[in-house]
Design a binder for this molecule. Structure first.
Ligand SMILES: Cc1ncc(COP(=O)(O)O)c(C=O)c1O
Length: 396
């Protein structure tokens, strides 16, 4: 089936001549994997974030998975996380047969509610089965569980509220894994996203702030965690292992040299790329200001720098979001219901018995959210067109 032609693309990577040259030059070398480009890409993240270690991987999902493995999270362990995210942040917990403990989100930012996280940690570790049960999914198999980690997500490019999350992790001895896959370059109280947890993870799919085609990267200040992530991404080879020695059960989660070369070239102009996205978001902010029934993205005062990944509006409850999305699609404007709650995805309902109503704030946001076409390459007239069509679809 031919792909539908839209008036404006949902997103577009920002690729210039230097990016193309960097990839072409890589093709002319003998190193298409495990070469100097991945090292240079990792170095660019050390410089940008100030972290002690940066480990490039072949997707954000694989990066998150390696953090879960490196933290020793396994069957019967609990990880506090958010149901308002892209599925990967929960899936990596399930890959290890651990159990996600969902905590609802802040209605303004859509980020995990740190007060509820604190309460969940207190209840789960209280030795009171009734308090524990309040947080467990309806269908669970064990009587006892061990709380191991918190996995917050920096939703839409806005950091979660880290002060209390860090305090709770410290108080209960929990590993903090920061899913910054949507938030490269964002800042919470003037500190970069990805720097608040024991691990921070970024992703570089083509709609992200920078792209490597597919790709991801883990940062950490912990030497042991860094060694584990490096070993596990490379088929379980520990430092000192030969090509055919595998200390651990590992994966091939390596980022290839072509992708890394693109990443190095993109990171050279990260500030410019973020500025272009800022400009587009500001056009949307201005043009949607007076549109009735449309709630613009809320930026917390703690977010000292927003890193626009997507531009997501919320429709007033008098509108049927899915109908508006269909109308826009017919008008040639692609939109997405970003996010659909994770706990209501069919595989989650099957495994854990979740129901509508379990996480009301997440469900409310999930039912009203609409991601509009967005990229740093959008022109002001494209933003105008989207807003005009949106206004028409809300009126008709
Ligand atoms: C919040 C979040 N976590 C994880 C990921 C996974 O990244 P990837 O698609 O590179 O595996 C994404 C990707 O969109 C994401 O938005």
């Amino acid at each position: 089936m031919a792909a539908k032609k839209y008036l404006v693309p949902m997103s577009r990577p920002d690729i210039n001549g230097d990016d193309q040259q960097a990839v072409l030059e890589t093709l002319q070398t003998n190193y298409l994997s495990i070469g100097p480009r991945i090292q240079a890409f990792e170095q660019s993240f050390l410089d940008y974030t100030g972290a002690s270690h940066a480990i490039g991987v072949n997707s954000g999902t694989s990066g998150l998975h390696l953090c879960v493995r490196a933290a020793g999270i396994s069957e019967g362990d609990l990880v506090i996380t958010t149901p308002f995210s892209f599925v990967s942040s929960t899936n990596v917990i399930l890959f290890e047969h651990a159990v996600p403990v969902f905590v609802d989100v802040d209605p303004k930012t859509g980020n995990i509610d740190p007060l509820q996280v604190k309460q969940a940690a207190a209840d789960i570790t209280s030795n009171d089965p009734e308090k524990l049960n309040k947080w467990l999914p309806r269908k669970h198999t064990k009587k006892t569980y061990s709380l191991k980690a918190i996995l917050p997500v920096d939703v839409y490019g806005q950091p979660a509220d880290y002060d209390l999350l860090q305090e709770t992790a410290g108080d209960y001895g929990l590993t903090l894994i920061e899913d910054s896959c949507e938030a490269l370059g964002a800042e919470y109280k003037h500190k970069k996203a990805g720097r608040f947890g024991n691990f921070g993870v970024f992703a570089f799919y083509p709609n992200k702030q920078i792209t490597t085609g597919e790709g991801g990267l883990v940062i950490t200040d912990d030497d042991h965690y860094a060694n584990m992530v490096r070993a596990l991404r490379n088929q379980g080879r520990a430092p000192g292992d030969t090509w055919l020695q595998h200390t651990y059960l590992g994966y091939n989660y390596r980022l290839d040299e072509l992708s890394a070369a693109l990443g190095v070239s993109q990171m050279k102009r990260i500030n410019k790329l973020l500025e272009k996205r800022d400009r587009v978001a500001n056009w949307y902010n201005t043009k949607l200001d007076a549109m009735s029934g449309v709630e613009k993205p809320f930026i917390s005062p703690n977010t000292t720098k927003m890193s626009w990944f997507v531009y997501v509006i919320r429709l007033d409850k008098r509108f049927d979001r899915d109908k508006v999305a269909e109308k826009l699609d017919r008008e040639g404007i692609p939109v997405r219901p970003y996010f659909l709650p994770i706990h209501l995805q069919p595989y989650m309902v099957n495994q854990f018995g979740y129901r509508s109503g379990d996480y009301p704030v997440t469900e409310n946001l999930g039912g009203r959210s609409l991601a509009l076409p967005f990229s740093g390459k959008m022109t002001e007239s494209q933003v105008d067109l989207v807003c005009t069509k949106l206004s028409k679809c809300l009126r008709d």
